[in-house]
Design a protein around this ligand. Sequence first.
Ligand code: UD1
Length: 427
Amino acid sequence: MNIIRVHGGHAIEGDVHVSGAKNSALKLMAATLLAPGTTTLTNVPNISDVHVMGKVLKGLGATIEVADEHTLIIDTSAVDSWEAPYELVAKMRASTAVMGPLLGRFNRAKIAMPGGCNLGARKIDMHILGLEALGVQFDTDHGYIHANAPEGLTGTMVSLEFASVGATENLIMAAVRAQGTTTIDNAAREPEIVDLANMLNEMGAKVSGAGTPVVTVEGVEELHPVVHQVIGDRIEAGTFIVAGALAAGDRGVAVTGFNPQHLGMVLKKLELMGVSYERVNGGVRVWRAEHLRPVDIQTLPFPGFPTDMQAQVMVLSALADGNSIITENIFENRFMFASELVRMGANIRIESHHAIIHGVERLSGAQVVSPDLRGGAALVLAGLVAEGETDVSAIHHINRGYERFVDKLTGLGAQVERASIPDPLED
Ligand code: UD1
């Protein structure tokens, strides 16, 4: 069993550069389907979710050349299939991001239905309702969704019940090739959506309002390939900022390669908790907080506090001087990592979608299981300040979204290593 072993109690300092945003890169890769030809994406993170999306595109008939570790040259000229198979969708739900581009290019798509995952049910009903409004007919059989628009797509007004990131993206990517104008009301406003709209516009699309609640897409006849740089990963940045707030020495930790405006609410909450930071070129420098104050946080769509930073900040609140409340509004089952943190000595009570955290003096190293991507990273952060050793298992979750996580932490002086140990649950 592969684990990440953390020896707690060592200060970290220095500089860390974050990779390109996972949640942007995956959608930009899907969007290359809309422009037959060769699109080059730079600053692509080398993580397993990107490898899965690569397999989805290759399965559709694309070829991908890895020009260097972070540059993908994707040729979609020969794409002649419109099916995202179960093996890949089951591995990564974001594979469903090819539905919009396939509809835009071929007026059809066949996508395996994503099942439940460890973040709860994660439905795609809003994607379907929105695309139906654009004229797509849906059928399901044998675990697959068949989407067909024999007459092509027609622009219209779509109001989303909730500002879903995935639904907004799929709708934009389908609408760029629709007849007429599509208006998406209550659109999600995440920076990754702005990155997607920017690339589509470079390709010749007419998308306006990305980053606001109303996105307008004027359909065009064709899109052309481009060279585009993926934005920096705000969540990876936030993770290292929390690492600094927990364990940075006098020089602090400088986290660069992202736009601090993309972390506005996180930085505001950290400041309220007593974490000090300063802006540096391309990022922020953060210092260890001597006295952490408790916090009240609720996760919300951007520009609210991101659900993807909830676990990391819960580690900080576990060591704060008083009671914190964290309310999770986006996903069910996103507190699973809290019970692992309790095994490390945290005092956390879960009541429905609220976590009530009573700050403790110290955490102690333990064997813990990474329940999901962000929860896994948060457990490694907890290990940095826990007494003794923390062994985090099920690290494939962490590899999905953090490039060279262990190397980047050891680059800061953390005592962290990958190790292989016998599975304690096996006879
Ligand atoms: C994306 C991000 C994920 C982030 C999330 C919220 C990617 C690959 N993933 O996920 O890291 O945590 O945004 O910022 O970009 N919902 C429905 N029906 C739908 C669509 C969504 O009920 O049709 C629900 C989901 O079950 C979830 C909530 O809405 O409870 C938010 O989902 P959404 O914003 O769509 O997140 P994702 O795009 O899946």
